[in-house]
Design a protein around this ligand. Structure first.
Ligand code: FES
Ligand code: FES
Length: 152
């Protein structure tokens, strides 16, 4: 099957019910997307499919056919994604970093949908788990971006 990933078309030989996460990591070597729980609970595996955030550990690869998949590897090709990364660096968000690709994808998806999220919107959208407890820094980075929403 052909998948459109980060603006290139990739040929993948996988059963349709294989989780997209396995295809990204094992078949395509896109290891920026992480495996955490495998149960749609932690958000470590979040990627975008046609601009919508999905948890790739529970998304069968056949659902990705014909859609545009964006992973953390290409986040800086997106103007907003790049601004999110800059804010992450400014606020020194990552600790061990394991959860952060999913966090950045979730923050980018939130700001694409809602350039001026309130604190409640941020709390509702950012359900990703972080073992290192970087939640305050994540919120501060998103609040910064929300303030300059016009330029986002
Ligand atoms: S690995 Fe997919 S949500 Fe945890
Ligand atoms: S930065 Fe370590 S799990 Fe989030």
């Amino acid at each position: 099957m052909k998948l459109q990933i980060n603006d290139s078309v990739r040929d993948v030989d996988a059963d349709g019910d294989t989780p997209l996460l396995w295809v990204l990591r094992d078949d395509l070597g896109l290891t920026g997307t992480k495996y955490g729980c495998g149960l749609a609970q932690c958000g470590a595996c979040a990627v975008m499919m046609d601009g919508r955030l999905v948890r790739s550990c529970v998304t069968p690869v056949e659902m990705a056919a014909g859609k545009k998949i964006a992973t953390i590897e290409a986040i800086e090709a997106d103007d907003l994604g790049k601004r999110v990364v800059v804010a992450w660096v400014k606020h020194q968000v990552p600790q061990c970093g394991y959860c952060q690709s999913g966090q950045v994808m979730a923050a980018t998806a939130l700001l694409k949908q809602n350039p001026h999220p309130s604190d409640a919107d941020i709390a509702a959208a950012m359900g990703n788990l972080c073992r290192c407890g970087t939640y305050n820094a994540i919120r501060a980075a998103i609040q910064d971006l929300a303030k300059d929403g016009e330029q986002v």
